[in-house]
Design a protein around this ligand. Structure first.
Ligand SMILES: O=c1[nH]c(=O)c2[nH]c(=O)[nH]c2[nH]1
Length: 290
């Protein structure tokens, strides 16, 4: 029996980069969380302690900030530039994964006018990308996280098996709420990333609100399908949907009825519904998700 070094990677996680673009008085803000993870010929550092092939994670952090000096643009392009840089400039680095989360800010209205330099963090979900570059090919994922949505009706859940542990009543009308975590895989690059994001987001929301749901699973499939129908460059969608349960509160001890008006929003435990929707001719995912 011999002990060997297995899969490994290293990088600087969660670099918080804020960039202000200034056009005269009018400012724009880009607020990012950037994580870099590199892999390659890293045996020596693990086995002997020789660091001559280790691009310091501190250098990686500096690179993330220095590249932001030239402008960020679409986060997918920024991640591609960084991933390519690490692999092409370091002989020992054979793969780079760059993940970017972009926090949304909304311009304030001040004195009845759009403010030049004042913003509020908005709850419209965090735009994400993950790029993997292996020296020859790039794989690009886009996505959105923490996009909380809720339907006050149009949701049922019944017909499920009842065993000795089942207490959940069947319902033909309930609140359906979730925080959408979705990632999608693009075929190709140099796309209209912003347009794809806007369309995918609108499709997720449209399908969530427009589907009369028998289960969150059914809604998940509708949401993934809608993205694939509206964005031709996306070949696969992965969704992770926590079921944010809203239980009708029993007000009868107080002599009150409750015709679907007062709910307890339970934060845990929660159902977690996850699934992948993809084109049957989608090209191989390679290392895109791993
Ligand atoms: O949409 C749902 N899917 C489930 O699988 C499930 N299970 C549960 O208790 N409630 C729900 N709701």
């Amino acid at each position: 029996m011999a002990i060997v070094l297995g899969d490994n990677r290293y990088g600087k996680a969660e670099n918080r980069v804020v960039r202000v673009d200034r056009e005269g008085d009018e400012h724009r803000i880009t607020d990012l969380n950037v994580s870099v993870s590199l892999s390659g010929d890293m045996s020596d550092t693990h086995l002997t302690g020789a660091n001559d092939k280790v691009l310091a994670t501190d250098t990686q952090k500096n690179t993330v900030f220095a590249f932001a000096r030239e402008g960020v643009g679409e986060i997918e392009d920024y991640a591609l530039r960084l991933a390519r840089h690490f692999v092409t400039t370091q002989e020992s680095i054979h793969g780079a994964r760059v993940r970017v989360e972009s926090y949304p800010w909304q311009r304030l209205t001040v004195g009845g006018q759009p403010a030049h330099h004042s913003f509020a963090r908005s709850g419209g979900g965090v735009r994400t990308t993950t790029v993997h570059y292996d020296g020859e090919q790039a794989w690009v994922l886009g996505g959105v996280e923490d996009l909380t949505v809720l339907n006050t009706t149009g949701s049922e859940f019944w017909g499920f098996p009842r065993d000795g542990y089942t207490t959940l009543p069947e319902t033909k009308d309930r609140i359906l709420a979730t925080a959408v975590n979705a990632s999608w895989r693009f075929a190709g690059e140099a796309l209209d990333w912003a347009g794809a994001y806007d369309t995918a987001l609108a499709s997720l929301l449209d399908a969530f609100g427009g589907t009369h749901s028998q289960s969150l699973q059914q809604t998940l499939y509708a949401m993934g399908t809608r993205v694939l129908e509206t964005v031709p460059e996306i070949v696969e969608v992965r969704l992770s949907l926590p079921n944010k349960h809203h239980f009708l509160t029993d007000l009868s001890p107080f002599g009150l009825d409750n015709p679907g008006e007062v709910f307890h929003a339970a934060d845990r435990p929660y159902g977690l519904i996850e699934g992948t929707v993809l084109r049957d001719d989608a090209p191989a995912a390679g290392p895109a998700w791993t």
